[in-house]
Each structure stands twice: as C-alpha cells, then as structure tokens.
Design a protein. Structure first.
Length: 288
C-alpha cells in the first residue's frame, strides 16, 4: 500500500453552531479545538481531529486527507502521483499547521479536493470523551471511516487510475457492473466513487463512521429520530462490507452513514465479488 487510511475530512459549512451541536449530541464526537481562524476540530479517537469545520459556506467537502505511514511512504506516494500525471501543490506551513500534520501535498482528483500527508497530531494524553456517551469508534489503522466521492462519470476511468496507481488503493467490490469500491487497509472500503448528477451535485456523496457497538448505533438512531433529522435509509445490513448501519442528512444537506460490525479485508485471501444490490435487509428499503 502507499496511502494507509482516510485520515481527516474538511467540510465548509454555512452554520458552525448547527454542526457543533450535530457532531456532539447526535454523532458523539468531541470538539477538540476552536481555532482563531474559525476552524472547529472534531475528535473521535486519540488524534487531534478527524473532521475540521470551516465557516466558508460551501456545505460540501473542501478537502479529504489520506495518510501515509511515514516520510518514506509520503515521498513514494508523490512519485506515484507524478507518474500518473497528477500535478500536486506543496502545502504551506500555515496549511500544515491548520491540518495538524508534519507535511502535506494537495491536488485535484477529477474535481474532488484531495490531500496526502504524514505525521498526524496525536493526543494520547487527552483521552477521547464522547459528550453523547458513545463508547468509541473503530479507527486506528483503518482510519476515520470511508468517503463517497461524486465524480463526473466521464472521469471515472481517470479517477480509478489515480486511486489505484497513484495512491495505491485496491479494488474491493464490483457494484452494479463497476469496480468502484476501494480499500487501502483492512477496512472493506475506504473510498467509493459515485456519479455526480443534478440530483446529487455536491463533491461529497456521503461519509461513514463506524461505532464500536450495535448499542452505539441504536442510541444514535434514537437520537436522530427524536430530533426529527431526516433519515434516508433506515437500519439495515450491507451485502459487501456487512456493516449494520443507517443513513441520515447532515446540517450541510449531504448524507452520512453511522454503523458498526464491518468485516475486514485480508489481501492474502480477498477476492472481488459482484453485487447487484446493496443490502441483505433493511427495515425500510430506500435507494442508497
């Protein structure tokens, strides 16, 4: 592998207050810092943050950061990107400070703002403390979860090429005729390439976080229902990663997935399967 995980997501939001409330009271994340430049950082494990909120108003992803294990892998990834014809920009010291990383480059992945870095800021001396009582999230070597990227279908081949040859991802699944689910660690998929459309025009399709227990998911589901937050898919189990999860709408209008129990990938034995549908079962089946 070249990149090792999805390390962080930056979201430009129109309402920091709504997002802070949503992240803490619904998702069970912890605010780790409110920076002077307006950035609000959200924790879900030992790292300084996994999400950064910017008061810039896009209500869309402004960057997704993929981590490399060390300086050597970071340099190797840059070489792989150049070999794929990807032009990247070196981050400024101020940008690295904002992301809380040692070093970083950024580039456009077929319209999706992408970053590669190494050296995430860890805070083991300040244990994660969920304000909603969530027992924790499955992160570590598997990263924060997964992200769905909306890419113009005409650019899919190029996007797949960059993911596989530039960033070192491997195909996980063939879903409805396309190899568009990718992994870079034991998480069954870290990146999903979706279709940008009039119906789904944002750069981000959705993101997923994986809680440690079904009880955590159930309590989150209860909080979503009690607050009247729009559910887009009720509780169910996926065919490919076996995640038990549900989908709902964030304060920025795009969806997220909250789940548990995903099955891991072992590259020594993993074989790509074809899937025509996304769920074993769902309490109320909606398109996802």
């Amino acid at each position: 592998m070249v990149v090792s995980q999805l390390g962080y997501i930056g979201i430009g939001v129109s309402s920091i207050d709504k997002w802070e409330e949503f992240a803490q009271e619904i998702l069970g994340m912890e605010v780790s810092e409110r920076a002077e430049d307006g950035t609000v950082y959200l924790r879900m494990d030992e790292l300084h943050h996994r999400f950064a909120l910017y008061p810039s108003g896009e209500d869309d992803v402004v960057h997704a950061g993929f981590q490399t294990a060390n300086r050597k892998e970071f340099e190797k990834t840059k070489e792989s990107l150049l070999a794929c014809g990807v032009e990247f920009q070196q981050a400024t010291p101020e940008e690295c400070e904002n992301r809380h990383v040692v070093d970083m480059v950024k580039f456009d992945l077929c319209g999706f703002p992408t970053e590669v870095y190494y050296g995430a800021h860890a805070l083991f001396e300040k244990p994660f403390n969920s304000p909603a009582g969530t027992s924790g999230f499955n992160t570590g070597v598997m990263g924060l979860g997964h992200i769905g990227m909306n890419i113009d279908e005409n650019d899919w081949d190029r996007a797949f090429y960059i993911l596989e040859e530039g960033l070192g991802f491997k195909v996980s699944d063939n879903f409805r005729g396309s190899d568009n689910f990718f992994h870079c660690n034991p998480r069954e998929h870290t990146a999903v390439v979706g279709r940008k459309s009039e119906r789904d025009p944002k750069r981000i399709q959705h993101f997923m976080v994986e809680a440690k227990s079904l009880d955590d998911v159930g309590f989150a589901y209860q909080r979503v229902e009690e607050r009247g937050i729009e559910l887009t898919s009720r509780l169910g189990k996926h065919t490919n990663d076996h995640m038990t999860s549900f989908y709902f709408v964030t304060p920025s209008g795009f969806r997220m997935e909250y789940g548990c129990g995903g099955r891991p990938v072992d590259d020594a034995t993993w074989q790509v399967n074809k899937y025509d549908g996304g769920t074993y079962w769902r309490s109320k089946l909606n398109p996802v």
